[in-house]
Design a protein around this ligand. Structure first.
Ligand code: ZN
Length: 401
């Protein structure tokens, strides 16, 4: 069964054929068409040259882009923190410790409640043009809740990440019990890299650590990531959101697929990223929602670093599932061009997940695309706060109504 998606105003393929993907070539074709067969792109080009197909869908001269690849989200949680957001906007500062309310709610939630919340967020993501998402655990912080969070997530995405090392939970911060704060943290690191990792591994592809002030130091992060690598998981890392404690150098040392946040970087860090296979994933929703300084995307791009843009969707510091909103912030606040932002939210995300089958619409790629009801993708940034995505397709099938 083949389907011809016809009458596309302008199509952006991120075409890899014969071009260096790093050149961020958007592969624009106007008056275009796509043929999809068995969920994959079978043909792409100008509509006047399109081959016949079993059925035809008219896209009414709208714009088509590869589906967004959201390579960083935290969707396994219960509860909400609207009051905390409100207080922060009125002057309270953000710290990594604010997640304990989410941890308490998540531990209490049933599997059905966690899955219903996940499905609600997936529906939002589809409506915003996201066709692949990664999600982390990290709001259980005990063996049972981390493991069941990942088991539920794995029913909905292959991109599951074990983040037992999000923060040290409250019960390990009892210095009377452990002798000192440091001893409590060390005991938690032991739990993460042994019993928790064993329970998480069957449901996870990736391992991640929040390596920052108030979370885990570089030595602890190295121990945990190395334990995950030894168990067959691939590493990624939360690095340099709040401070620079050396996490970028660790990311490059361990060949992490991605170093995420990258707000506080030295020139040495930027050089290290530029000469590595580690993508810098920027999460401007977090800076927006914590009223923090944005990372310097311009400097990173000019140095040759590969950049992904992702939502960081989570209830504490970036409660958005809208990639278009992140693109608008990247353009307005981080000095990326609209073309660079689109590339980073599609191909950049795919590279941050080390995937070749998504993030572009070359022949053979998964037929994952979003239809924009506007004359240009530039409208994603030019019309902030307006959802211009009219339809989203995954493997050629509509996932939005
Ligand atoms: Zn995160």
């Amino acid at each position: 069964m083949s389907t011809l998606f016809n009458n596309i105003g302008c199509l952006f393929t991120n075409n890899q054929d014969g071009t260096d993907a790093a050149s961020r070539d958007l592969g624009e074709i106007c008056d275009a068409a796509i043929v999809v067969e068995d969920g994959k792109v079978a043909w792409v080009g100008e509509a006047k040259n399109a081959p016949a197909a079993d059925e035809q869908i008219d896209l009414n001269n709208q714009t088509v882009i590869p589906g967004f690849v959201d390579s960083h989200a935290h969707l396994m949680f219960a509860g909400d923190r609207a009051e905390e957001f409100s207080a922060r906007m009125q002057g309270q500062s953000y710290s990594a410790g604010g997640i304990k309310t989410t941890v308490a709610a998540t531990r209490k939630a049933t599997d059905a409640q966690l899955e219903a919340n996940l499905e609600r967020l997936i529906a939002e993501m589809h409506a915003s043009g996201i066709t692949t998402f990664e999600t982390k655990s990290g709001y259980g912080l005990d063996v049972e809740t981390e493991s069941r969070s990942l088991a539920i997530a794995a029913k909905h995405t292959s991109e599951t990440t074990f983040l037992g090392a999000h923060v040290v939970p409250q019960e390990f911060r009892d210095s009377a019990k452990f002798g000192s704060v440091e001893a409590g943290a060390d005991a938690y690191v032991d739990l993460v890299k042994n019993a928790m990792l064993s329970a998480a591994t069957p449901h996870a592809k990736w391992i991640d650590v929040f390596c920052d002030r108030g979370a885990f130091n570089v030595d602890q992060a190295r121990e945990i990531l190395q334990a995950g690598i030894n168990a067959g998981l691939a590493p990624r890392i939360h690095a340099n959101q709040l401070e620079n404690i050396g996490a970028i150098q660790l990311a490059v040392e361990l060949d992490c697929a991605s170093a995420d946040h990258c707000t506080h970087l030295t020139n040495q860090d930027i050089d290290a990223l530029a000469n590595s296979n580690t993508v810098a994933t920027l999460l401007p929703g977090a800076e927006f929602s914590t009223r923090s300084k944005y990372p310097d995307a311009r400097k990173l791009i000019d140095a040759g670093v590969t950049i992904a843009l992702a939502t960081d969707c989570n209830p504490g510091s970036s409660y958005t599932s809208s990639m278009a909103f992140c693109i608008a912030l990247a353009v307005r606040e981080m000095h990326m061009s609209p073309a660079e932002a689109l590339w980073s939210a599609t191909m950049g995300g795919a590279k941050a997940l080390r995937r070749n089958d998504i993030g572009h619409l070359s022949v053979g790629a998964s037929a994952d695309f979003a239809v924009i009801n506007a004359p240009s993708y530039i409208h994603l940034a030019y019309r902030p706060g307006v959802n211009l995505i009219s339809e989203t397709y995954i493997a050629g099938r509509a996932v939005t109504k």
